[in-house]
Write a new protein. Structure first.
Length: 272
């Protein structure tokens, strides 16, 4: 009899453990490489520690993240550019959550500290090719940039290029891959999320038009948004609530971002 009771107890315990595991749902999440590096990975750790939810993240460009949502491969996407109107009209919901600066980065050996918007434009057009022209060493400028389908490229072009076509010596597949390229190549210059590089001592961040990237007067900004197909479902709402929580805001502020007040999203509303 004892043996039977012990067996039943063990079986119940096993069922209980299995039920606990199966009760943990999975959110399919597509995220811009910039946002994943700057913020997303930290928030995912918080969410998975405090909620019965696993977050399966796919990191790509903002364009690809949005396409994954549209094609049903994700339930939530994070993008670094405004949601096109055509998708708003189709019922997609955009929830802006932060502003981040677009940092201009160079190799840490570069003695130049400041660059103007016009000089940046001329570098990425190809009209300035040596750091000596900017008060630096007699060293070739190596321009490095992300794929043109990335939001960081779109945002940089909108802020700097004035309608001119941007050109690079080297192209990286994502916004954050440029960071390693700049570290490896003396004379290089690129741009990416400030939140992704603000504590990276292996890179140098240039002032733009005499303004430090740490100042609110810094001229290069980009907006981050979460997007769902229709109203957010229960799993997406867990993630969104975590982003707008006090801890989410704290993480953003620690990384140099400016949290936004939620608009068009009610944390207490019933999920669809």
């Amino acid at each position: 009899m004892k043996r039977i009771i012990t067996f039943i107890f063990a079986l119940l315990l096993l069922v209980g453990i299995s039920s606990g595991v199966s009760a943990k749902q999975t959110l399919q999440f597509s995220c811009s490489a910039q946002i994943a590096e700057a913020f997303g990975k930290s928030v995912i750790d918080e969410i998975e520690a405090k909620n019965p939810l696993n977050v399966d993240i796919s990191i790509a460009s903002s364009h690809t993240a949005l396409q994954r949502l549209i094609n049903g491969f994700s339930e939530l996407a994070c993008i670094a550019y405004p949601l096109p109107n055509e998708y708003r009209q189709k019922g997609y919901v955009e929830i802006p959550f932060a502003k981040d600066k677009l940092a201009v980065i160079t190799n840490k050996s570069n003695p130049v500290d400041n660059i103007t918007s016009m000089q940046l434009r001329k570098i990425f057009i190809g009209n300035i090719e040596n750091w000596q022209q900017l008060g630096g060493k007699d060293e070739k400028i190596i321009s490095l940039g992300p794929n043109r389908e990335t939001a960081s490229c779109d945002n940089f072009c909108r802020n700097i290029m004035g309608g001119h076509r941007i050109g690079y010596n080297y192209t990286a597949d994502t916004s954050t891959r440029v960071m390693q390229g700049v570290k490896d190549m003396p004379g290089s210059i690129s741009f990416t999320s400030y939140a992704a590089v603000e504590d990276d001592n292996e890179l140098k961040i240039l002032n733009v038009d005499g303004v430090s990237v740490k100042s609110d007067e810094y001229p290069l900004w980009q907006n981050y948004s979460m997007v769902t197909k229709g109203k957010p479902g229960s799993k997406a709402r867990i993630f969104i609530n975590a982003v707008f929580s006090e801890r989410g805001k704290e993480i953003m502020e620690q990384r140099g971002m400016k949290p936004l007040t939620p608009k068009g999203f009610n944390a207490t509303a019933k999920a669809e």
